[in-house]
Every structure is written in structure tokens, then in C-alpha cells.
Design a protein around this ligand. Structure first.
Ligand code: NAD
Length: 422
């Protein structure tokens, strides 16, 4: 299908489709199942009128894309960001399908988004927008249909408002509709840390494979929100030194090591790293090219491109963010051969794994201890790493393509065996 005729057409959607095609070619996926496995099943576009604090009404546009419902209820976060597009949400939904399939979760893939700069909103405005979005998507989702979660620009509090709105819609407390909730509302212990814990787990595992010790490891992280800050804390606790961090305002580099707790406290107080003096000021472009053992993009898509891929000075590229590396940059990194790339669908899968645990706990009304959550998480991550590395060796392909081969195979098989409707 010519993508230019698709409502999803955009650079990031094409990036996800090209990745899919590489993997589908390797396993010779037949045409009949190929296109319907690749393209999203359905999407919802909503307009959200919200009363602002100044008394005026502003209307925001939002989306929910369900890419795959063939292997279980769809699962994926909700992004609040000024640059959200339907194509971006569709690409993110596609990656959720492959991620859930790769790590063996009984889920399909979805994603949601609203075009808004939530940082400029008051708490009251953010609550009204969050509730209105959930009100509009409520007939389209549910604990057995599609289960949202946090992503860029949303957090535990937003999940709480959305859960409450959905529960009022169905007439009873229904925490299994959304994950990443506060503990008091059925959230799971360990969910807040889970994505960063997983990124750190894979980083440590691949460094160990390379014979690199914690004390010899320096780390640079782009994005200092949930994923970036939790990864920084986990790697610092292991003994690595974080020498660069950034957010949307820019960043700092410090060869002696950035004080992560101090930076987290600064962001909690000032809402960004702007003005932070714990190192030399750097731009986001400069940050990505700093010398380090591990580079971790943990912000947005398409930041590692053909322009900077040749200039990266890291040994390991751990994709905390979804889609941070363009297809052109992937090629350059493969040709260089000196960077171990841990692809997004593997690297940041810890988040959706613990979201799955949260959903299970909600459905059973039986809650687990944190050490139990992490023990089960680590077991699933270890299995996924072993499967990806075995597939990489089998097909002599990149680690990204190996991860996608695993991810797309199960979805395609489910579709082929179920018939044309799912
Ligand atoms: P977040 O909103 O908590 O943090 C995002 C961070 O990125 C913030 O520090 C923000 O300032 C920064 N940022 C935004 N634009 C930037 C730019 N142009 N340059 C540099 N930094 C910029 O979001 P998050 O939940 O940490 O998500 C980060 C990434 O991780 C996203 O790609 C998301 O899809 C992915 N991810 C998140 C989870 C999760 O559990 N939250 C799970 C898997 C993957």
C-alpha cells in the first residue's frame, strides 16, 4: 500500500513501516498477512473543549490508535505534547504491538496523544483536559479492550484523573482500565521505576557481555523525565558515572559526574533543568556527541540521524525513548560496527511489563511486594534478551531487526490463524 495515501503518513510512521519491512523480508512474510499486520487496525480522533482558568474555552485535538487487537487487549501510553501528530501516535502504537509480542505479554498495541503543551497549563486545566480526553475515548477502551498508561507529558496524577473519569462512566471503581496509577488507587509497586530499571538492566547486561565494569562506565542521558531520571538513578546505584543529562531546555555535562539526586530535586522545584549549575552547559545536539560508554536517548523520536550518527562517541546506544534513531542513522551505526545498539522495543520494555503486572493485580485484587515485581520483571527481561540475541545470530541481522522479527512473527501468526476479522 502506498503510504502517501494513508492518514498516518509522516516521517516517523514511515520509519516504523521501514523497520517492519526489513524484518518481514527476513522471515519472508507473505503478502496476504503482511499489510494487515503492519497497518493500524483503527483510530479515534477527538476534539476536547476545555474551560481555561481565564474563563475562555480552548479546544484541543486528541487521538487513540489501536494498532493490534489480535493477541489481546491493546496497550500503550498517552502522550501530551505540542508536536503530537496522528502519524506519530500510529508509529508509537505499532512499536507497542511488537514490544508486547516480543516480551510475551498477552496484549496488542495502542497509543494515545493530545496536541498540547501541558507544561503551560495550571493543575486545574490539566485535570479538565485529562478528564475530557478520557470521557471521549471511554467508549473505545476498557480493561479487556485497550488499557492506556503514562507517556511523555503525563504522569501518575493524570492516570488517577483518567481512572476516576472512566470509573464514573461505567458506574464502579475500575482500576484495570489504566496503568501507571498512584499506589493508593491500585498502582503497582515498582511501576514508576520500571522503565528506567529495565533500561539499566539491559545496559548492565550488554556492558557485562562486553567485559566493561561499572566503575569504568560513563553515561549520557537525553531527557530527564520518568525514564531518564530513573535510568540515571539505577545506573548510578550500580556504580556507573552519569556525565551528561538534558531536557527540553538543554543540558549539562560534568566529567566528574552529575549529582543525580540534586538534579532531580532541582527539576522538582524549577520544572526543568534550565539554570542548573551542576556542570557545563551544553545543547541537546552537543550532548549526544559527548564521549561516553553509554548514550541513552530518553526523550523523543528521531534525534539520532544521518547528521550525527557518524559522530557518536559511545560504545553502547541504549534506546530508552521510542524511535530515537532514524533508518538512515541505523545504517550508519551498522556500518560503523563499533556501537552495540539496544533497540527501543527491547530496551524500554520494562515499563509495559510492570504495567501488565499492575493490570493483573487490579483484575485479581491481590497486590504484590516490590521485590516480587522486580524478580518477575528481571526474569522476563533476561528471557527477552536471550531470545533477541539468538535471533540476531540466526539471521545475522541487526539487533533491532532481530527484536522486530520476534515481535512481528507472533502477531502475524495470530492474524493468520484467527482469520480476516481481528
Ligand atoms: P517524560 O515526560 O517524563 O519526560 C520526557 C523528558 O524529555 C523531559 O525531561 C523533557 O523535558 C525531555 N524532552 C522533551 N523534549 C525534548 C527535546 N526536544 N530534547 C531533549 N529533551 C526533551 O516522558 P517519559 O515517560 O520519560 O518518556 C520518555 C521516552 O520514553 C518517550 O520516548 C516514551 O515514549 C518512552 N517510554 C516511556 C515509558 C514510560 O513508562 N513512561 C515506557 C516506555 C518508553
Amino acid at each position: 500500500m502506498a503510504l502517501t495515501h494513508s492518514v498516518y503518513d509522516s516521517p516517523v510512521f514511515r520509519q516504523a513501516c521501514t523497520q517492519f519491512d526489513f524484518a518481514a523480508d527476513i522471515i519472508g512474510m507473505e503478502a496476504g498477512v503482511r499489510v494487515r499486520t503492519k497497518l493500524p487496525r483503527r483510530c479515534l480522533v477527538v476534539n476536547l473543549p476545555v474551560r481555561m482558568d481565564n474563563g475562555k474555552v480552548e479546544t484541543f485535538e486528541g487521538y487513540r490508535v489501536q494498532h493490534n487487537l489480535s493477541t489481546g487487549p491493546a496497550k500503550g501510553g498517552i502522550r501530551f505534547h505540542q508536536d503530537v501528530t496522528l502519524g506519530e501516535v500510529a508509529a508509537l502504537a505499532m512499536w507497542m504491538s511488537w514490544k508486547c509480542s516480543l516480551v510475551g505479554l498477552p496484549y496488542g498495541g495502542a497509543k494515545g496523544g493530545v496536541i498540547v503543551n501541558a507544561r503551560d497549563m495550571s493543575t486545574g486545566e490539566l485535570e479538565r483536559l485529562s478528564r475530557r480526553y478520557m470521557q471521549e475515548i471511554a467508549p473505545f477502551i476498557g480493561p479487556n479492550i485497550d488499557i492506556p498508561a503514562p507517556d511523555v507529558g503525563t504522569n501518575e496524577q493524570v492516570m488517577a484523573w483518567m481512572m476516576d473519569t472512566y470509573s464514573n462512566h461505567v458506574g464502579h471503581f475500575d482500576p484495570g482500565v489504566i496503568t501507571g496509577k498512584p499506589i493508593a488507587l491500585g498502582g503497582s509497586l515498582g511501576r514508576k521505576e520500571a522503565t528506567g530499571e529495565g533500561v539499566a538492566y539491559f545496559t548492565k547486561a550488554y556492558l557485562t557481555d562486553l567485559g566493561i565494569k561499572a566503575g569504568d562506565t560513563t553515561v549520557v542521558i537525553q531527557g530527564f523525565g520518568n525514564v531518564g531520571s530513573e535510568t540515571a538513578m539505577a545506573l548510578q546505584a550500580w556504580g556507573a558515572k552519569v556525565v551528561g543529562i538534558s531536557d527540553f531546555t538543554g543540558g549539562v555535562s560534568n566529567p566528574k559526574g552529575v549529582d543525580i539526586q540534586d538534579a532531580i530535586a532541582y527539576v522538582a522545584k524549577n520544572r526543568s533543568l534550565e539554570g542548573y549549575t551542576g556542570g557545563d552547559t551544553v545543547t541537546n545536539e552537543q550532548l549526544l556527541e559527548l564521549p561516553c560508554t553509554v548514550l541513552i536517548p530518553a526523550a523523543l523520536e528521531r534525534v539520532i540521524t544521518e547528521k550525527n550518527a557518524g559522530k557518536l562517541k559511545c560504545r553502547v546506544l541504549a534506546e530508552g525513548a521510542n524511535g530515537p534513531t532514524t533508518n538512515e542513522a541505523d545504517k550508519i551505526i551498522e556500518q560503523r560496527g563499533d556501537i552495540e545498539l539496544i533497540p527501543d522495543v527491547l530496551c524500554n520494555s520494562g515499563g509495559v511489563i510492570v504495567s501488565y503486572f499492575e493490570w493483573l493485580q487490579n483484575l485479581q485484587n491481590y497486590y504484590w511486594e516490590k521485590d516480587e515485581v522486580f524478580a518477575r520483571l528481571h526474569k522476563m527481561l533476561a528471557k527477552a534478551k536471550a531470545n533477541v540475541d539468538a535471533t540476531k545470530a540466526k539471521y545475522r541481522c541487526s539487533r533491532r531487526t532481530a527484536a522486530l522479527v520476534l515481535g512481528i512473527s507472533r502477531v502475524a501468526e495470530a492474524k493468520a490463524k484467527r482469520g480476516l476479522f481481528p
